[in-house]
Structures are given as C-alpha cells and as structure tokens.
Design a binder for this molecule. Structure first.
Ligand code: GLN
Length: 250
C-alpha cells in the first residue's frame, strides 16, 4: 500500500482552533482511497531531513508559544525550503504561516525570526482580525475555487513585491485587512490565516496537497478517486454565508 509521510511541526505548541483536525482530514481522504498516512511529530531539537516527508504541516498558536519555538523553526529554514523545492507539499496555518515568513514582530514588540520560506513579514497590530473569511483561489490556471474558514490574528502580514497570495478576499480581513488578499503560495507550499480547522470544509485543498504529496512519493501524478462530499459542501456553504454576513468587521 502506498504511504504518504507527513512531518507535523510542533504539534505540542502550535495547535489552536482544532488545527490538528487538518491531519485527520488528510488521513481519512487518503484512507478512503486505500492510501496510508504516517505522521511524524517534529518538535524542538528534532532534525528535519529534506526528502523524508511528502507533506509538512504546521498549525497556529498564541504569541507565547510562537516565541518558544521560533528560533528552532528558523534553524530548520534551509531544510524546509529544500524539501519544498524538491516537491514536498506544505500547509501552514496562522501562527505557523507567520513564522515561515521573514519575521514576526509580536504584540510585545519582540521580533521572532522566521524560516524564510514565504516572501513576507508580519507585525502584530493593536486590533485582532477575527471572524469567518471567504477567499477565491486559482491554484491551477483557470480553475477558480472558494476557500472558507475562520481567522483570528493580531498579525498584519505584508507580502513582498511579486509574492503570490493564496487568494482574493471575498469577505473577511485576510493578510492585513486592506490589501484584499489572503495567505501566500510558493510552489507546493500554502500559507493561510484560516483556521476552523480549514480542511473539513474545503476538501479540494486537502486533495490538492495530497496529490502533490503523492507525486513527491511516487514520482508521478496520481489520479485521485472522487469522494462523496455532501457534509463538507454544507459546512463550506454555512461558513461562506457567515463570512458574507459578518466577515471583515472589527
Ligand atoms: N499569535 C498570532 C497572532 O495573533 C497568531 C495567532 C493564531 O495562530 N491564531 O497573529
């Protein structure tokens, strides 16, 4: 049986708003297609060997937890970039997304080093950006899809010139509450502020990442069998409606 190897970065520190639930979605959508998923927790002091994992995942967290792991994560920056350059898929949520940029200046004014995967930096603002958020994404040319989730961040993220956002904000705050874009994408790596967890209500993104992880494992792009998505679609519509109704308001 084909097995996808997942590296879960700092699960004991960065896991709020049920971000760990994203791993369960990867596991179930793989299992329903007869594919295994092996998850290795990677914590402070653990080595990250490029090429070992097909999929890297990091969740969100409060400033306190981010400060505890930021230097260790920054020291893994080269290995993470090498892994993604070699085709490993990556999903980073909120606090983890911020720390995969250049730096995060938190609410205390402390500048936490970033791993330098995403061309961006983040500075915590006075007001938190909280609520449901709806994006329009186009990860494949001509294929537009919506992404619905929940955001809660003080961080104001600025993308470097030429950086590719994950999507256009339809409703919500997004990276900074003004630029109209959310997240960042570099190759097979996706960064976003969207919690929820994100993937149960957006299975297409889980499949996009699984397909890239399988390509990394197998050396060829697999055809993923379609799965029934009635509940997922309903959850997406509810979240999207909440975002349209209330998203992006302090
Ligand atoms: N601590 C960061 C912020 O406030 C990230 C929060 C999170 O992961 N939800 O912006």
């Amino acid at each position: 049986m084909t097995e996808i190897r997942v590296g879960h970065l700092y699960p004991e520190y960065l896991n709020i708003y049920a971000d760990r639930g994203n791993i369960a979605v990867f596991a179930n959508r793989a299992r329903w297609r007869g594919i295994g998923l092996q998850v290795e927790a990677i914590g402070p002091g653990d080595e990250l060997r490029p090429g070992v994992h097909d999929l890297l995942y990091i969740g969100g967290g409060q400033d306190r937890e981010q400060a505890l792991i930021a230097p260790d994560l920054a020291a893994k920056g080269d290995a993470i970039r090498e892994a993604v350059d070699a085709g490993a898929a990556l999903l980073a949520v909120c606090g983890g997304y911020q720390l995969l940029g250049g730096f995060y200046r938190d609410r205390s004014g402390a500048e936490l080093p970033g791993a330098g995967l995403f061309p961006l930096h983040t500075v915590a603002g006075e007001r938190r950006m909280i609520g449901d958020c709806l994006l329009e994404c186009e990860l494949e040319p001509g294929v537009k899809r919506t992404l619905a989730g929940f955001e809660n961040h003080a961080g104001i993220t600025r993308l470097d010139k030429g950086a590719e956002p994950l999507g256009r904000v339809v409703a919500g705050f997004g990276n900074d509450g003004e630029s109209g874009v959310e997240g960042c994408r570099t190759g097979t790596a996706i960064g976003t502020y969207l919690h929820g967890p994100l993937l149960p209500r957006n299975p297409w993104l889980a499949d996009w990442l699984l397909a890239h992880a399988l390509t990394h494992r197998l050396g060829e792009t697999p055809e993923l069998a379609e799965l029934p998505e009635k509940l997922e679609r309903e959850a997406h519509l509810v979240s999207a409606a909440r975002a349209r109704a209330r998203g992006g308001r302090y």
